[in-house]
Structures are given as C-alpha cells and as structure tokens.
Ligand binder design. Structure first.
Ligand code: ADP
Ligand code: MG
Length: 710
C-alpha cells in the first residue's frame, strides 16, 4: 500500500508544530490525520512531557481509530494507546504509570476531554491536544475550540494544539486563533465522475436499491458505498439488497456481501467493514454519514448519495426537538463523492438533479452549536471558574443565537445549577461532573437527598444510554396476536420513568437472567449496557458527591409505591421547566413556564387516562419532540405542590445577570422585551404573562374539586 500522504509531510509537520502553539492541518479523508499525526508526534518526542489527546466527535471513531493505532504500534489497546468514551474508559491504570516515562496516545470523544477539563482546567497531563475531525463542527469541539484559544495563552506549561479537518475552512479557523499556521496536506484523490439524476427521488431507499443493483450487474469490480440517513433505512436497505442479489440469476455476476455501518452497531460488526472483500466478491457498505469523513473504508469505487442526512434540531423558543431528514450541504456532497476516488477513478451517483445541488444545498452544514440545546455546555463553561466569563459573550467560532444561550441559562437557573447572579452553585458543580444531561444529574442529586438514589440511577442509566429497553413495537404486535400482551409492568399509572424502573427491577428480581430478557422481547445487549452504565454512574456519584451518598440505596433496591413517589419528586426537580399542565377541554397538555404551548403525550407512553378519562394534572417530560405534532416523550406524573416552587423561581429571573458578565444588564433590555413578547405569542390560548399565578390558582381549584369528588 502507498505511503499515507501525511507521512510524506512528517518533517514539515514537526517543524511547524515545533514553532507554533496552534496549527491547523487540512488533509483529505484517508490521508492519515487520525491515525498518523499522533504517532508522528509520539515518535518525535512530544510524549516525553505528557500525553497526546486526540478528540473525536463520534464514540465509534474514538474506539475504532484507537484500535487501529494500537495494532499499527503492535501494542495492546489500553497500554500505550487508550480510548475514553462516555461510560467507558480504556486508558488503563498501567498507561497512567507509563505515561511518566513514555507518554501515551489517548483517543477520546470531545465530550470526554471537556469533562476532564473540569477537574483539571489546564489539562496539564497533555502536551499535545489534537482536535480531530473539526469539520464535523460538533457542539463539544466548538466549545473546546473556544477553550483552547484561552488555554494556549494562559497555560503555564507548554501546550501544542492541532486542529485537523478534511474540509474545514482553514482560513476562518486560523483567523479565530489570531492567524495561526495552516498546513495543507495534498491528497491523492483520483477523479470521480458525478452522475446526477434527472429528477428528484420520491423514495431514496428504492432509488438507491435500483442504482446499487445496476452497478452490480453492469460495472466492473469495486466496492459500493451507499449513504442512508439512519439505522432504520440502513436495515431496510441491507435486507432488500441481500434479497435482490440472491434472486439474481446464478453466475450472472460476481458474489456480493452487504454490510451495515452506523454508530450503534456492535464493535465486532463495525470492524467487518475494514477487512477487504474476498476475491471475486463485491462489497456493499450501507452507511450513515459516519462514512463521510470519520471512518475510512478502503476499496470503494462507487458511491450512491441520496442527498439526505438525519439532523437533530433544537428550537430554544419552544424547547422542542425535531429529528428531520434534511438535504445535505455541498461540502457533504463532495465528501461523499470523494469516498469513491481513494484507490482509483470512481463514480458517484447523486440521486438528485444538478440544479438541486447548485441551488438548494447549503454551502456547509449548520454547526451543531446552532441547532442544539446548550444547557449542558453552558453548565461546563460556568463550572470552569474562568474569571471573566460572560456566557452571552463567549468567543465561539460560530456563535449560537442569543435566544438559545438565554434558554440554557434559564434552564440552569430553574434547576438550581446557577444562582440568580449567574454564579455556579454546589449543586451545579456536582451536576457538571456527572456525565449526564443537566436534568438527569439534577434528578440524581435530589434523589440522593430524598433517599431514592438507587431508583434514580436506574432511570438515569436507561435514559442516558440512549437505547430503548421496551419491547420493539413489531415484536410486541406479533406477541399480541398470539397471546395477551407481555407481563411487563406498566408504570402503575405514574408514567414511563416508573415503567422503566419497574422493568429493570423485574430483571433484577430474575437475577439478571438473560433468558428473562428474551422471554420479554427485550434486547439483551441493551439491558446489559444499562446495567453497566448504572454501575458506572453509581461509582461516579460515590466518588464526586461532596455530602454523604446513600451508598446502600445506590446498590440495593427498595421496593414499593412510596419509593416511586420520592423518585417522581426527584424527577420533577430535575426536569425543572419541562413541565406541563393538563388542559381542561382538550385531549392534551400545555407546557408551563416561559414557553407555553400545546403538546400531547406520545403514543408510545404508558401513561393512560384513568377510569374517568382523566390524565394526571401535571407531568414532567424528558423530551419534547416534534414529529407529526409536538409530543412529550417519556412522561411522569407529578404533583402540584412540587411544581409551585419552580414556577415561583420564574418570577425573578434576569438572563443578563444569569449570564455572569459585568455591566451588561442595561444594554440588552430591548432584546429581553422582544423575547418576552415572542414567547407570549407562542402561548396558543393567548394568556397574559401575569396569568401564571391565576392559572396555578385555577388549576389548584380544579384539582381540589376533583379530589373532593373522588
Ligand atoms: P483521516 O483521519 O485523514 O481521514 P485515517 O488516519 O483515519 O485518515 O486513515 C488513514 C488510513 O488508515 C486509511 O487508508 C484507512 O483506510 C486506514 N485505516 C484507518 N482505520 C483503519 C482500521 N480500523 N482498519 C483498517 N484500516 C484503517
Ligand atoms: Mg480522521
């Protein structure tokens, strides 16, 4: 195999890094940035004074690249080369000892590095920090860019920062770092012929399938990389393609294997895409945008680009997420095409007309920081104790909207992470150290106070492991036909969090028997992962909690309704403003607080109306998601008396003070007014801003009346 382009530039790279604290390195995907840069600097002595951190926006990439580097160096993973991702840390104790003499290469997610900077703001253990895949513009990488800018100026010991990217606008980043050097590593891409469709596709899975078969039947050998938007599409595509290939006439074309590639694939399945195709066999790799730049798959000659990507979008004025399939950007389209030209000239089949590419696609993807909830990131920034930090004025490469920063500040204030002057509280500090989103970390702290930490840990683990432990819908349906629906618990009328807890408790009662999972249509891998995450969370909370931690409770289960009440209380505190009140003459809720709107409980929820057809008066929700309509996903019934103190907090809230800067409060008044007006406009039933109190009073009366009736 030819020498990787980066290696031909070794001298130049080392020279530039020697002379400059910050260097931007731009090189084509596959040029060796992720696997070679760290090794070059290791060889050239940069690890004598500390470790090298290489951040990756994706967990899969951190693990996969670390594996690869360990293999190239001929060491065991976890020795000189380690990785760290949320809920797992492979940088072994042994590495820690070794680091003093040899230094190590540590691949970690950008989120992990951010968390490390909390306990060690100077990140002294690292001599070099490589922010890899910066073109992905992940939320955490963007925050790190801002922090690195400060750190290179302030750190007492020497620090080198490298920012690497396949496509990033180098000049912009260089300007951000006061004109730092840019190194361009020319790639060795072969020409890729781009073939456009004449019309837009109405069904990109179908069109991709047809194109894939056409290639297989007509084109010379070479692997095919197919970009889909998510796991669902991928699974569909893989099974259809396999079926169609099997139905081809025996001997009419070469053999084929079809491989999926996405973030939630088990590791042993992921590595399969790195082994070359057997002789006389074509590989079809059906991937998410993970194959655009993070993982390099060799042998690809044909690319099928549907032109779409799945993107999560947060709207700070409504607190609502949407998961949309959107058009890719031109930068992404060109990255996808480029995957076909790594080994020889290739072809890229764009399932959209050239006019769409030119006129409709954005130049570049909107950075995540401009489409995410920022509560977690703002909490980190607050807890770093940077003396002069004003959140609303923090130096971001592409600043998020003011609205979105204010939304984050309000949320943090409501759940007691910051005080009314924007100072981080004790609670906030503990929260920042937990690898969870703010609502869940606040829940754990409250649960510890209330004596239901064990239960809260379980729920937090399940929700943050980002997996579903409920039976899959199709399986559930199948079962329904054959026999009455499974015996899994139903949340006792309190909602989804309680159900998740009960399911886990049942598994605990079954001694964590894997057959029990199978009998109940629960995915074994998910259940085991939850158990693992729960264990890690309980270890972390015991380590960091300042006050006493109810260790007993975190290890041992207590059962009974009364514990559910405590847990619901803790959840209520943690979710803060993620709170909704039942509408009287409407089959739904409206959310309370500063962003009132009509919402419904998601159909997947176990929360059901009681015998009078009534839903609980108040619920907290884990997430608002806009699909066909605004839905609350994962809801939990709470009580009015727990809700009141939170609504009270809303009354005295000044976002300029929450921001923490000095002397900003006057300047921004008009903006604040505008925001208040716009958020009242959102309130569908046009309630006046001062009506929160009267609304509460009315709700209480209704509640008491109903209670008296029962
Ligand atoms: P870049 O980060 O510049 O996109 P990488 O360092 O990831 O490039 O990859 C450089 C080369 O190493 C590529 O040719 C790629 O195929 C190979 N490579 C990377 N990871 C693996 C792996 N896990 N298994 C096999 N080859 C790999
Ligand atoms: Mg890379």
């Amino acid at each position: 195999m030819a020498v990787l382009p980066i290696l031909e530039f070794e001298e130049k790279i080392v020279e530039t890094v020697d002379e400059n604290p910050v260097v931007v390195i731009i090189g084509e995907t596959g040029s060796g940035k992720s696997t070679q840069l760290s090794q070059i600097l290791h060889r050239r002595g940069y690890t004598r004074s500390g470790m090298i951190a290489i951040t990756q926006p994706r967990r899969v990439a951190a693990v996969s690249v670390a594996r690869r580097v360990a293999l190239e160096l001929g060491v065991q993973l976890g020795e000189e080369v380690g990785y760290a991702i949320r809920f797992e840390d492979r940088t072994s104790y042994r590495t820690c000892i070794k680091l003093l003499c040899y230094g190590t290469l540590r691949y970690l997610t950008d989120g992990c590095l951010l968390r490390e900077s909390l306990s060690n703001p100077e990140l002294e253990q690292y001599s070099v920090i490589i922010l890899d895949e910066a073109h992905e513009r992940s939320l955490n990488t963007d925050i790190l860019l801002g922090l690195m800018k400060r750190l290179v100026k302030t750190r007492s010991s020497n620090l080198k920062v490298l920012i690497t990217s396949a496509t990033l606008d180098g000049v912009k980043v260089s300007r951000f770092f006061s004109g730092c050097s840019i190194l361009n590593v020319p790639g060795t891409l072969f020409p890729v012929e781009k073939l456009y469709s004449t019309e837009r596709t109405t069904n990109y899975v179908k069109s991709s399938l047809r194109t894939a078969l056409d290639i297989h039947v007509r084109e010379p050998p070479g692997d095919v990389l197919i970009f889909m938007t998510g796991q669902d599409d991928i699974d569909k595509m893989v099974s259809k393609l396999e079926e169609r290939i099997q139905n081809l006439e025996e001997g009419s074309c070469m053999d084929a294997i079809v491989l999926p590639l996405h973030g939630s694939l088990p590791p042993e399945m992921q590595v399969r895409v790195f082994s070359p195709a057997p002789p006389n066999c074509r590989r079809f790799i059906v991937a998410t945008n993970i194959a655009e730049t993070s993982l390099t798959v060799d042998g690809v000659v044909y690319v099928i680009d549907c032109g779409y990507v799945k993107q999560r979008q947060y709207n700070p004025s409504t607190g609502m997420y949407s998961l949309d399939i959107v058009q890719i950007s031109r930068v992404q389209a060109n990255q996808r095409a480029g995957r076909a030209g790594r080994t020889r000239p290739g072809k890229c089949y764009r399932l959209y007309p050239a006019s769409v590419y030119q006129e409709e696609f954005l130049d570049a993807t909107v950075p995540e920081i401009q489409r995410s909830s920022l509560a977690g990131s703002v909490l980190y920034l607050k807890s770093l104790d940077l003396p002069d930090i004003d959140i609303l004025k923090f130096d971001f490469l592409d600043p998020p909207s003011r609205e979105s920063l204010e939304d984050a500040l309000r949320q943090l204030y409501l759940i007691d992470a910051i005080d009314e002057n924007g100072q981080i509280t004790h609670i906030g500090r503990t929260m920042a150290e937990l690898p969870l989103e703010p609502s869940l970390s606040r829940t754990l702290i409250e649960a510890n106070e209330l004596g239901c930490l064990s239960q809260a840990l379980t729920v937090a683990a399940i929700l943050s492991a980002e997996i579903t432990i409920r039976p899959t819908r199709s399986k559930a349906k199948e079962r329904k036909r054959k026999q009455p629906f499974s015996n899994l618990p139903d949340g006792s009328g309190w909602g989804d969090h309680i159900q998740l807890l009960q399911i886990y408790e049942s598994w605990d009662q079954a001694d964590y028997d894997l057959n029990w999972c199978m009998d109940n249509d629960l995915q074994i891998r998910s259940m085991k992962f939850c158990k693992d995450v729960r264990k890690q969370l309980s270890q972390i909370i015991q380590k960091i909690a300042k006050g006493p931690v109810d260790v007993q409770s975190s290890l041992k289960y207590k059962k009974g309704e009364k514990d559910y009440q405590k847990l619901r209380r803790a959840l209520c505190r943690g979710y803060g403003n993620q709170l909704a009140e039942r509408m009287l003459h409407h089959n739904g809720y409206h959310t309370l607080g500063y962003r009132s709107q009509l919402v419904q409980v998601h159909p997947s929820s176990v929360l059901e109306a009681d015998e009078d057809g009534q839903l609980p008066d108040y619920v907290v929700y884990h997430e608002l998601i806009n699909t066909s309509r605004p839905f609350m996903r994962n809801v939990c019934a709470v009580e009015m008396s727990w809700v009141l103190p939170m609504l009270k907090k809303l009354e005295k809230m000044d976002t300029n003070r929450l921001s923490g800067g000095a002397g900003v409060s006057k300047v921004c008044e008009p903006m604040k007014e505008k925001l208040m007006n716009s958020s009242t406009k959102e309130a569908n039933d046009s309630k006046k801003p001062d009506s929160v109190d009267s609304k509460i009073r009315a709700a209480r009366e209704r509640y008491l009346a109903r209670k008296a009736k029962k």
